[in-house]
Structure formats: structure tokens, C-alpha cells
Design a protein around this ligand. Structure first.
Ligand code: PLP
Length: 371
């Protein structure tokens, strides 16, 4: 039987429309957007049209969008190329993805201070928690929009406002947020926002960074003048075109998407008789962690994979590791090493969700019996 995929937070399949939009740019319109000739101009026009679509999706101006090779790269551009100036402190939430915490470690090596802001037991970074660590020496505050482990939606607008009141810039990793959240940057007033195409039904190897005009970043890649001189290298035209199409659809069909993932997730948890869902104060639909006390999460994920259910124990990038997810540790979740993440998407059916839950019930019982 075909495995049941419950790992949409790791990656999503490419939408048909995104794929067809990309196809011509792989062969018939394969040209380099930097070429001055008429054929190169066609590729350039496609990249700029995609930039407009991405910008529209977050209510930004096209010139504030920089295309990158993935979410991780957009995060590096935001955090490592930020003009820190005289201020020597960066605040990073304790529930960030590895791509953000690794940048924080690199910032420490530069001789700066990084302070962590802790979540509530319900997985939220509150205004009060931020106020406890922020001061006038803070240059940048980094808090993600949707947590990749629990689906917790963070109060980005409020946190950005507090950051600004201390003269700090605010950056949000919105990699897990595009399908379910309104990312209007004029409403949230974030200074920078990172996203990744393969998390919203487009091709891998593509992402973007939004940055306000006032944020004068240094280049991440040196060479040509692509991407306003911030990211040298020939653009990945097919993936950029696909991303423009996919983000437009994500915004257009957001309500239907939420209704669907919420229904299949409900069906899954309705049929699940084992484990305890990690409590989240303000969760988005489609991403949940469940603790199966007494059963190691990594061991369970492997057993589930062998029984036909594909889920994960952490973020995709660290799914091979045996360490418990830092987000759950920071939240004070009991037995975080026994957690497994289930994430649902467009093509998950109710039947699949229920079948998967039955398989989880049986597998957990079996592992518990076998010790
Ligand atoms: N940020 C979050 C919250 C993620 O979940 C991921 C990937 O799982 C990333 C960043 C990295 O994105 P990418 O795989 O596009 O580099």
C-alpha cells in the first residue's frame, strides 16, 4: 500500500499550475535574465513578474523582495548581512528553526551578545517575555511567524511594535506560515521576512527575503549585480516563476486550504487513541506534535515509516538526530524525546488521516508491549 505522507511541514508537492508556469523557462525560454539581448529580456520579464506576485502576496513593493535559493539562505541574508552598527545585542526566540539558531551562534562568534526569549508553556513568545530581555542596545529581534514543531502562531505585529519602540529591527522567519497566515507586511510592520517555496507547493531550491527600504543589508553573495547587488548569481528562473504562481494561489485559496487541513487533522485526532497532543495556545491548522510517553519519538517514527506512515521527529533538517526538538524543550513539555510531528496538507484525505491514526495506535501499543 502507498505510504501515507503526514510530513507536509517538511516539504510539499509542486502544484500543477506552478509546474506548468515553470516549464517553458527550462527549455524554450531558458535565457539568462542578465543578458541584454531580446531573449534574455524575456527571462528578465518573467523574473520581475514573479517578483510582483510575491510582493503582492505580502502587500510589499516588488523592489523589497530578494530571491534566494531557499529559506535558510533568506535567513542568513537577514541575520548575517544586517547592518548592526554600534548596537551589540540580538534577541532570538528559543523556538526558532536551526537555520536561525545557527546564525545566532555565528553572531556570537563576531563578539556580539545573543539573548534568548522563552515561550510560554503554550508555545507563544509574548510581549512581556520580549520586554524582559530587550533594551536600547538591541539591534535585531528574531521571532518566527509559525513554529515548525507545534504550529504556534506568534504575535508578530505586537513583537515588531515593541522592537521598534527600543529602536531595534524585527525579523520573522515565515517559512511555515505562507499557506495559513495573512503575511501583509504593512499590517505587521516587520522589517524583514523570510519564506521558502517548497513549503507552499512550489519547487525546492527557491525562497525570498522581504526587507524594508530602510534596512540596508550587505550582500550575501559577491559577484554580479543580480537581486539589487545583494545576491549575486544567475537567477533560478523556473523556480522563481513557479514560486510566483504558487504564492498567488496560496493567498487566493488560503481559506479553502485551512478548512481542508483542519478537517483532516480533526479526523486524525478523532481516531487517535494514544499519545497526548502538545498543547498550543494559538495554533495554526496542519502542524501538531504528539508525545507518546514511554516511546522514543525517533524509534516510533521509524516503526511508523515501516508500517506506511511518514511523519517526523523534528524539523526536516534535523530529522535524523536523536535530540528532542528544542521548541518542546523550551516549552517545558514533559518527555519531549517521545514526540512525533504530524503535518497535513492539500492532498491528505480524511480516509488517509483515519487510517494513519489506526496505524499509530497499533504501532505505539506494539512498541510499548515489546519494551
Ligand atoms: N525555517 C523553518 C521554520 C523551517 O521549517 C525550515 C525548514 O524546515 C526552514 C526555515 C529552512 O527552509 P529551507 O528548507 O527552505 O532552507
Amino acid at each position: 500500500m502507498k505510504p501515507i505522507y503526514l510530513d507536509y511541514a517538511a516539504t510539499t508537492p509542486v502544484d500543477k499550475s506552478a509546474l506548468s508556469a515553470a516549464r517553458p523557462y527550462m527549455n524554450s525560454v531558458f535565457f539568462n535574465p542578465s543578458s541584454m539581448h531580446s531573449l534574455g529580456r524575456k527571462a528578465y520579464a518573467a523574473v520581475e513578474k514573479a517578483r510582483q506576485k510575491v510582493a503582492r502576496a505580502i502587500n510589499a513593493a516588488p523592489e523589497n523582495i530578494i530571491f534566494t535559493s531557499c529559506g535558510t539562505e533568506a535567513i542568513q541574508q537577514a541575520m548575517l548581512c544586517f547592518p548592526y552598527g554600534e548596537k551589540k545585542k540580538v534577541i532570538v526566540s528559543a523556538i526558532e528553526h536551526d537555520s536561525v539558531t545557527s546564525c545566532a551562534n555565528a553572531i556570537i562568534k563576531r563578539g556580539m551578545t545573543v539573548e534568548k526569549v522563552m515561550p510560554t508553556p503554550g508555545g507563544i513568545i509574548t510581549a512581556e517575555a520580549l520586554k524582559r530581555v530587550i533594551d536600547q542596545n538591541t539591534a535585531l529581534v528574531c521571532v518566527m511567524t509559525v513554529n515548525n514543531q507545534t504550529g504556534a502562531v506568534q504575535p508578530i505585529k505586537e513583537l515588531a511594535e515593541i522592537s521598534h519602540s527600543y529602536g531595534a529591527a524585527f525579523f520573522t522567519d515565515a517559512v511555515q506560515a505562507v499557506c495559513t497566515q495573512n503575511l501583509d507586511v504593512t499590517q505587521t510592520n516587520v522589517d524583514m521576512l523570510a519564506a521558502s517555496a517548497h513549503k507552499f507547493y512550489s519547487l525546492k531550491g527557491c525562497g525570498f527575503l522581504y526587507r524594508k527600504n530602510a534596512v540596508k543589508l550587505d550582500p550575501l553573495m559577491l559577484g554580479g549585480r543580480q537581486e539589487y547587488g545583494l545576491r549575486a548569481g544567475t537567477e533560478n528562473v523556473p523556480s522563481i516563476v513557479a514560486m510566483g504562481e504558487a504564492i498567488e494561489r496560496a493567498v487566493q485559496f488560503r481559506r479553502e486550504y485551512i478548512e481542508h487541513v483542519s478537517a483532516v487533522e480533526k479526523a486524525f485526532f478523532g481516531a487517535l487513541t494514544v499519545g497526548e497532543k502538545v498543547f498550543v495556545e494559538n495554533g495554526t491548522d496542519g502542524i501538531s506534535s504528539v508525545v507518546f510517553d514511554g516511546v522514543n519519538g525517533g524509534r516510533l517514527a521509524i516503526a511508523l515509516s515501516m508500517s506506511g506512515v511518514c511523519c517526523s521527529v523534528g524539523s526536516a533538517c534535523s530529522s535524523g538526530s536523536a535530540t528532542p526538538p528544542p521548541t518542546l524543550v523550551a516549552m517545558g513539555v514533559k518527555s519531549p524525546e517521545c514526540a512525533v510531528r504530524f503535518s497535513f496538507g492539500k492532498s491528505t484525505t480524511t480516509d488517509e488521516a483515519v487510517r494513519a491514526a489506526h496505524i499509530v495506535n497499533l504501532t505505539v501499543d506494539k512498541l510499548k508491549k515489546n519494551g
